[in-house]
Every structure is written in structure tokens, then in C-alpha cells.
Write a protein of this length. Structure first.
Length: 281
């Protein structure tokens, strides 16, 4: 990271200082709602907070610059990055070797052009990664990936180009970016997630990693085979958080799997007790 970010060591809000609380609010993980008894502080599920914290650590992106944040998209909590954030992650990897300009088609089987058409049929981008003999070319069509929001009406070629670029970056840098989406990916209400058929039981390998070195080796092998998925990335991030905390002997609450309703309600009650908003037993 280029500067220190006030990331929390725990997903328990009672442990946050003022800077950390402000950062988590800026990232969309805590907010205030008006209830029957007045304003009430709300928090995202602890599982998504743990995933978000580790995503910040893995990518080095800054929530205060809106490079990375969390939001409910398509009916579920998702960690989002801006396209600029993806470019930063690729450059910091040391393996990014540039990309070609985005190109568009105005009609099916038509010529590709660097000039965005008013009504695009498709967009594509080629990203180069050091050590890979050929570029990774990602093509998306408006029919499959076009949205219906205001930006899609005003700037359809620009939006379709971002979708092509974000898909290409996720494929080129799967362990750093798999499972991280841009807001443009959700303009049509859903994000395209294609889970490849695994060649190994990645979930079991990640859960069984006994050291960060073992986990990093699993991540490198997973990236090499191009089988990264959102679920695996979140599992990897959660396991990394556990191992890092164990290595640093920091007593912190980490949720490896999304909590069920009763567990979430219990955690919220405990936090309320610590804040003096409820009475404990």
C-alpha cells in the first residue's frame, strides 16, 4: 500500500477506534438507520467484513479512495472494486505487461474499431501478463452483458468496454481479483460468474492449510490452473486472516464461513451489550 489504512484487526465493532470506524463506514460496511427508538447503527454480516478486510490486505487497495468497497448487489453482499483499482492490482503484481486499447463492433461480424460506436454490439480487450506467451483476449457482447441503467443509456460503449476489461483482469489475475466485481458488472442486476470444473478439491486444501506459506502455494497453484472462483477466493481470504492472526498471536474474531441467522443475531446482541445499548445476562 502507498499509505497506512486503518483496517481493523477484528470484525467486532466494539474493538474499532474512531479512524477504523470511519473507514468501515466509508467502505459501506456500517451505516445508520432510523428506527422506532431513534437512529440505530447497523453493520454488515461479520463474514463479509472479514472477507473485505482480507481483500484490502491482499489487493492493497484503499477504501477511502473508493478503490474497494462493499455493497448489496444482486441481492447479496459483494466486495466491489473500481476498474482503476483492478489496474492498480495488476500493476502492483509485477506481472502486468500492458494491454491493447479497447475495441468495439457496431454489428455482428462487423469490423473492430478503436472508435466507440453509438450502439455497440460487442467489446474486447487484450491484456498481457509476463511469462505468458500470448495475450488474454476477453470479448463481451451487449446482448449478454449490457445493462439498462442511466449510464448504459448515455455511454453504452464505455460501459461495455469496462465489462470487457474487468472480465479480462479477473481471468489474468485470478487469485488477486477473482470474486471482486466492478459496479458496472451489476448494472443489469447480476454479475457473470463462471465456475470452472475443479481439478482438485480446492476448498479442502484451503481449509487444511497449516501455514501462510502452504496457503500461498495453494493459491499459486490455483491461479496457474485458472480455477479461481468467488467462493474459493473468499475461503482463501478467510483462511489467510486466521493464519495471519495466529502468526501474530492477535486475539481477534474471524468468521471463516458466513454466519447463520442465529449466530448473526447473537453477535449483534453481544456487540450491543458492549456498546451499552443492551443489558447482558
Amino acid at each position: 500500500m502507498t499509505k497506512e489504512i486503518a483496517l481493523p484487526e477484528s470484525v467486532s465493532p466494539a474493538t474499532w477506534n474512531a479512524d477504523t470506524a470511519a473507514m468501515m463506514e466509508f467502505a459501506g460496511l456500517t451505516w445508520t438507520e432510523n428506527g422506532a427508538n431513534g437512529p440505530k447503527r447497523m453493520y454488515a454480516p461479520s463474514g463479509i467484513m472479514a472477507a473485505f478486510i482480507n481483500a484490502c490486505r491482499i489487493t492493497g487497495l484503499d477504501p477511502t479512495a473508493k478503490q474497494i468497497y462493499a455493497a448489496i448487489m444482486g441481492g447479496k453482499w459483494t466486495v466491489l472494486v473500481g476498474i482503476d483499482g483492478m489496474r492498480v492490482v495488476a500493476q502492483r503484481s509485477g506481472e502486468y505487461d500492458g494491454q491493447d486499447p479497447i475495441q468495439w463492433q457496431a454489428e455482428e461480424n462487423g469490423p473492430w474499431t478503436d472508435v466507440p460506436p453509438s450502439k455497440p454490439f460487442a467489446a474486447r480487450v487484450a491484456i498481457y501478463r509476463k511469462g505468458v506467451s500470448r495475450p488474454l483476449v476477453q470479448t463481451v457482447t451487449f446482448a449478454e452483458f449490457g445493462g439498462n441503467g442511466n449510464n448504459w443509456t448515455k455511454r453504452p460503449s464505455h460501459m461495455l468496454g469496462i465489462r470487457a476489461e474487468s472480465h479480462a483482469f479477473r481471468r489474468a489475475f485470478p487469485m488477486q481479483l477473482a470474486g471482486l466485481y466492478t459496479a458496472e458488472d451489476f448494472e443489469d442486476g447480476t454479475a457473470e460468474v463462471t465456475d470452472p470444473e475443479p481439478t482438485e478439491d480446492w476448498a479442502a486444501l484451503i481449509a487444511g492449510a497449516e501455514s501462510r506459506a502452504d496457503l500461498d502455494a495453494i493459491g499459486a497453484r490455483l491461479a496457474e490452473k485458472g480455477e479461481g472462483t468467488e467462493k474459493l477466493r473468499l475461503a482463501w481470504a478467510a483462511r489467510a486472516g486466521v493464519l495471519d492472526r495466529e502468526a501474530n498471536t492477535v486475539d481477534a474474531e474471524v468468521v471463516e464461513e458466513p454466519a447463520d441467522y442465529e449466530a448473526e443475531a447473537s453477535a449483534e446482541y453481544d456487540a450491543a451489550v458492549e456498546r451499552g445499548e443492551a443489558q447482558g445476562d
